[in-house]
Structure formats: C-alpha cells, structure tokens
Design a protein around this ligand. Structure first.
Ligand SMILES: O=C(CO)COP(=O)(O)O
Length: 256
C-alpha cells in the first residue's frame, strides 16, 4: 500500500490527567517511527493537555456536534475541537450509533461539519454479529459508507490531502478479544475502496481504511500487513504505551 500507515488510539471514556505520562511515552516513541502516523483521541477533557504534552503525534476528538455553537448542552463543536488543539475527529463510532442513537445522516452531517472546520475525520462503519451471521455484513457496511461519508463537494480537498479515513470496525470485534479473520477484513476493505473510488473518483485511493476491533500486539502484524489495511483504530490496547507501541512498531514493518 502506498499510504503511510495510520495508527490511532481511541481512549473512549478513559483517562484523567494521570494518563498524560502514557501519552508522553507514546509520543516519544512515535518520533522514532516517522513512517507511521500516530494519533490519540482522548476524552474531550484531555485534548488540550495532550496537545501541550506531545509533539510527534496527532490529537483528536471522539465526536463533534454538527453546529458550530449554540444551545446544545453537553455538546462540543468541531470549531471547539480545533480551538483546543485537535487535528481530527472520529465520527460514527458504533458506541455512539448505539448509545446515542446516531444514524448515518447525522454522522454524515458531523463529518461535513468537521471538514468545514478544518479537521481530519475518521468515519466508522461496521456490522453487528447478527448482521454478519445473517450474511448481511457487506450490505450493511456498504449502506453505511454510502450514507455516512461526506459528499464529494464537501470532502474533495480533504480527501486529496489525506485527511479522510474510514475505520472498518465490526461491532462484535470491539472490546471482545474476538478479531475478524484477515480474509474477511481484506474483502471488506476492498469493497469499501471500490465505494470510495465511486464516490470521490481517483482521489478516493487516498482515503486510508483502518481496521478496528481487538487489535493488540499479538495480532497487529498480520492485520496491518493485509492487503488494503491502511492502519488501525485501537481501543483497549491504546491505553498504555506498553500495549500500544508494539502496534506502532508492527505498522512500521507491516507496509500497511
Ligand atoms: O472501538 C474500537 C476503537 O475505536 C476498538 O476497541 P478495542 O480495540 O478495545 O476492541
């Protein structure tokens, strides 16, 4: 793959200032892997502090509102993420789709709002176990990509400059220790790539497609070396430098 591999830690609702030491350790090591793009998406409360603490890696949000400001108690806008030092935002994570009832239309609006604010985006898609067992995984993910990726008009510049990523995260592989078969990941990434090319034209080749779901030091090498896998979105194994850095190292060797 021609892309620089992208390894992103999603800290979810984990982390207090005590975890800044882990972030610093990850950042120091990230500086030793210039061929790998490393980033962490901490909770909102830590974005500013992380930005101050690190230099080699990216810092992102885990969600944003579609509006720039206004009467939306508890929400955070893309402009606010930029203001506090974020470079990118994750939208459409399955935990937000489930816990907050977020649908594709809303996720697409968030993705477009984030791009308009100048952020990079990682748009998450993935099927449930029931959908996979029912033979519907490809159709479900295809529908999610079609409906939740930003329109070509809104996204062309960001796509061309490599600021748009998709994360394929099978819901049943998240936090379960159960990893998708490499062959299934390869097939789904190929399908997503075709859709991105149809949506954005040839610059669709610049969108990195990450795999997420129980990625760890033991399985990262195989996953990242797989055809079409442009990186990983890592949950549990991104919370310590000890667990996360072997994944970064695997990307360095994995030609992701
Ligand atoms: O949801 C994920 C990343 O966004 C994956 O989480 P785990 O790596 O903990 O399975």
């Amino acid at each position: 793959m021609p892309h620089r591999p992208y390894i992103v830690g999603n800290w979810k609702m984990n982390g207090t200032r005590a975890m800044l030491a882990e972030a610093r350790a990850i950042d120091r090591a990230a500086g030793r892997y210039p061929d790998v793009q490393v980033a962490i998406a901490p909770p909102f409360t830590l974005i500013g502090a992380l930005r101050e603490a690190v230099s080699a890696m990216g810092v992102g949000g885990q969600d944003c509102h579609v509006n720039a400001k206004g009467a939306h108690t508890g929400d955070v806008s893309a402009q606010m993420l930029v203001d506090t030092g974020a470079d990118f935002v994750i939208v459409g994570h399955s935990e937000r789709r489930k816990d907050h009832g977020e649908g594709d239309d809303l996720i697409k609006a968030k993705a477009e709002a984030a791009l308009a604010a100048g952020l990079g985006i990682i748009v998450c898609v993935g099927e449930t176990l029931e959908e996979r067992d029912g033979g519907k995984a490809e159709a479900v993910v295809s529908a999610q990509v079609t409906a939740s990726m930003p329109d070509a008009d809104a996204a062309a510049d960001a796509v061309a400059s490599g600021k748009v990523a998709v994360a394929y995260e099978p819901v049943w592989a998240i936090g379960t220790g159960r990893v998708a078969e490499v062959a299934d990941v390869v097939a789904m990434h190929a399908q997503i790539r075709q859709q991105l090319l149809a949506l954005y034209g040839e610059i669709g080749a610049k969108v990195r497609i990450l795999y997420g779901g129980s990625v760890n030091a033991g399985n990262a090498r195989d996953l990242l070396a797989a055809e079409g896998v442009g990186g990983a979105l890592v949950g549990g194994a991104s919370l310590t430098a000890e667990a996360f850095l072997p994944i970064v190292a695997a990307a360095d060797n994995g030609e992701a």
